[in-house]
Design a protein around this ligand. Structure first.
Ligand SMILES: [Zn+2]
Ligand SMILES: [Zn+2]
Ligand SMILES: [Zn+2]
Length: 450
């Protein structure tokens, strides 16, 4: 590939991957980064393979690409063919994403989500001295413009949104000021704070009960008690070593409990270990909600319409109301409310089929919600295909009737106007103290995926 900057689009049907000459690994890595930082999903998501040169390529660079091809004469063609087949799944996903207009591809969190979803990637943290944070995610790193902790923050954010699921792999301290993982832990004198300490083993002579530092007993090759002048021969018989004692070279203080301090190798600030950041290091995979958001975006036109028409709540506000409703029911124990999760299939087709009429149809869909919900019902959407509704003072049986009416009305609207066959799933739960809205969404989605 001669000039990455001249790339403005690629033909989905024809480009299976980019192949980068890796004879200069660092230059190759820079090329890869430029691709990953573009905003067109057809480009930044496209598989990248390295063609390793004779030089061995550093492992962290090699792992940042989707794969590598060995430049071996006549077998090269076969390798290219087999990679084309292996990458077909990724390219299908990219094709699906590029089929729909989305403003979100400038957003790094959304790009990360799409990248992980397109590869069904388990993003594993790898310990590395090359990153200030002490860990790298080789495949994700090139998407980030700066080598800072943005990658951790982005992944943690996506996890709090339940778009990614994190699995604990370890824990690490990092500097509270700059995020650097390279910290020096050292012992200090409790009196003067100096770290200029020497340690000594504490010896207890059984016979005379004298306790003192090993250095006090040492005379040549022998241990002689400074109090009673007896020779100490056998540990456990004549004496034992009770603990360690510190001696401060600065102020002469002798003590058994030293303080512990940390200093940062990057910003040089010192602080107690408990003030540094203790971070859970996790590997990340996509959730069912995340898959859905990668396809349809995290917010959208449809959402804007619904928010203004039916007063759809922001998801965070919805969760707050949900908690209040749970508490209210638990406290008074006389009423039943329900939570419904609804997934509209077929909506994704609207974008590609409707063009300008999209707005009109979304208006109609909003009407279907409005007509079948009461003003006391609360409503939110995760994206254009996923909804959560709190039906106050409604049993699951009554709620089911309302949901069926919404489903039928939208179904016939799409069928009559557009000949789109619509499929929808919904599920209803009675609101109990331990019901969790996020798990309810997961259930509706995984039911659909099965
Ligand atoms: Zn003694
Ligand atoms: Zn001291
Ligand atoms: Zn620091």
């Amino acid at each position: 590939m001669a000039d990455i900057d001249s790339l403005s689009s690629v033909d989905d049907e024809k480009v299976a991957f980019f192949l980068i000459d890796c004879s200069d690994p660092h230059a190759a890595y820079r090329q890869l980064c430029r691709i990953r930082r573009m905003v067109d999903p057809a480009l930044y998501l496209r598989p990248v393979l390295f063609l390793p040169g004779p030089e061995s390529v550093p492992k962290n660079i090699l792992q940042s690409a989707d794969g590598a091809i060995q430049a071996m004469g006549h077998s090269l063609h076969e390798q290219l063919e087999s990679w084309t087949a292996r990458l077909e799944g990724i390219n299908k996903k990219i094709h699906q994403y590029t089929g729909q207009p989305n403003q979100n591809d400038t957003n790094i969190a959304f790009k990360i989500l799409r990248f992980i979803a397109s590869r069904n990637l388990t993003a594993e943290p790898i310990p590395s001295v090359q990153a200030l944070s002490g860990y790298i995610f080789p495949a994700l790193q090139p998407l980030f413009p700066k080598p800072d902790n943005g990658i951790f923050e982005t992944l943690e954010y996506l996890e709090t949104q339940r778009l990614l699921s994190g699995t604990f792999t370890g824990s690490a301290y990092s500097c509270t000021h700059c995020g650097c993982a390279f910290l020096n832990f050292f012992e200090t004198c409790p009196d003067c704070g100096s770290s200029d300490l020497v340690t000594d083993e504490l010896i207890h002579h059984f016979k005379c009960a004298y306790v003192g530092g090993l250095s006090e007993y040492r005379q040549g090759n022998e241990l002689i008690c400074p109090k009673c002048d007896k020779t100490l021969n056998h540990i456990g018989v004549d004496y034992d070593k009770t603990s360690i004692v510190y001696h401060c070279n600065q102020c002469g203080n002798v003590f058994q409990e030293a303080g512990v301090m940390t200093s940062c190798y990057n910003c040089h600030r010192e602080t107690e270990p408990e003030n540094q950041v203790q971070r859970s290091i996790k590997s990340y995979t996509i959730t069912a909600i995340g898959e859905n958001a990668a396809s349809y975006g995290m917010d959208s036109l449809f959402q804007n319409i619904l928010e203004s028409k039916v007063h759809a709540l922001a998801f965070s506000a919805f969760k707050e109301f949900f908690r209040i409703e749970q508490a209210r029911i638990q406290r008074y124990g006389v009423t039943v409310s329900s939570l419904a999760a609804l997934r509209l299939g077929g909506i994704e087709e609207l974008y590609t089929r409707l063009g300008k009429r999209t707005r009109e149809i979304f208006d109609e869909i909003s009407e279907a919600f409005k007509a079948n919900l009461r003003s006391s019902d609360l409503f939110t959407m995760r994206n254009e295909t996923l909804f959560l509704i709190i039906l106050t003072e409604t049993t699951p049986e009554d709620g089911e009737r309302a949901l069926k009416r919404i489903k039928e009305r939208i179904g016939s609207l799409l069928k009559t106007n557009l000949d789109i066959t619509f499929d929808a799933d919904f599920a209803i739960w009675q609101i109990t103290p331990d019901l969790d809205p996020d798990s309810c969404l997961e259930k509706v989605l995984s039911h659909y995926a099965a």
